[in-house]
Write a protein that binds this ligand. Structure first.
Ligand SMILES: CC(C)(COP(=O)(O)OP(=O)(O)OC[C@H]1O[C@@H](n2cnc3c(N)ncnc32)[C@H](O)[C@@H]1OP(=O)(O)O)[C@@H](O)C(=O)NCCC(=O)NCCS
Length: 175
């Protein structure tokens, strides 16, 4: 997938150096369900976990490449893909140096077109910590609706957190 500034493509082992920079930052991983990466081994173990999930069929992991910078600046994934129901969940992460430039909005616009168009999905979901204001705002700007608040749903990094569930239907996606 190509957008004005970005290319979104499947992850490859060569991307792990750039992804270590993205995920090796406590501020970036604060709301993510995995610890901050500390080493190339953490990156490799993540890659192996993703490869196993992809082989099982319900997950597809992508990287977000900034064409002008010629480097990977983030990643996004589709997971819990249920083809019978035309449904999947999305996740995304961007390196801190690139926040606040509309880059994830641009990436997700492209990703959503791919999910509803090429993949033929009918519904996308996202599960967000309500304290993660950047992610909440991003989803709302993409047209996702708040569908529910699940209290004390997760324990991550020693903290109990609520879940805001968001949904976007193909019929209501922005053109
Ligand atoms: C969430 C994240 C991907 C947003 O990426 P981004 O490229 O900075 O977002 P965008 O620039 O496209 O901005 C999207 C909207 O969120 C707003 N926003 C961005 N950072 C914000 C912040 N810290 N607080 C409040 N709003 C914020 C932007 O202003 C924009 O809204 P607007 O168009 O009304 O101005 C990025 O902050 C990130 O990678 N966070 C860490 C990983 C993460 O939490 N992933 C999501 C797990 S559910």
């Amino acid at each position: 997938m190509h957008t004005a500034r970005l290319t979104i493509r499947r992850v490859q082992p060569d991307d792990l150096g750039d992804l270590l920079e993205v995920n090796g930052d406590d501020t970036v991983t604060r709301f993510l369900p995995y610890p901050t990466w500390k080493s190339a081994t953490d990156a490799q173990l993540w890659f192996e976990r993703m490869a196993a999930l992809q082989a099982a069929g319900a997950t597809a992991q992508f990287v977000i490449e900034h064409r002008e910078l010629a480097r990977v600046i983030g990643s996004c994934l589709l997971f819990r893909h249920d083809p019978a129901s035309g449904r999947a969940e999305i996740g995304y992460v961007l390196g801190r140096a690139h926040w606040g430039q509309g880059l994830m909005h641009e990436a997700m616009r492209g990703f959503i077109v791919h999910a509803f168009g090429t993949l033929g999905l009918r519904r996308l979901e996202a599960d967000v910590n309500p304290l993660n204001q950047a992610s909440v705002r991003l989803l709302e700007r993409l047209g996702f609706r708040r569908e529910g608040l699940l209290r004390q749903r997760w324990v991550t990094k020693g903290e109990v957190s609520d879940s805001l569930l968001f949904g976007l239907l193909r019929d209501e996606a922005q053109p």
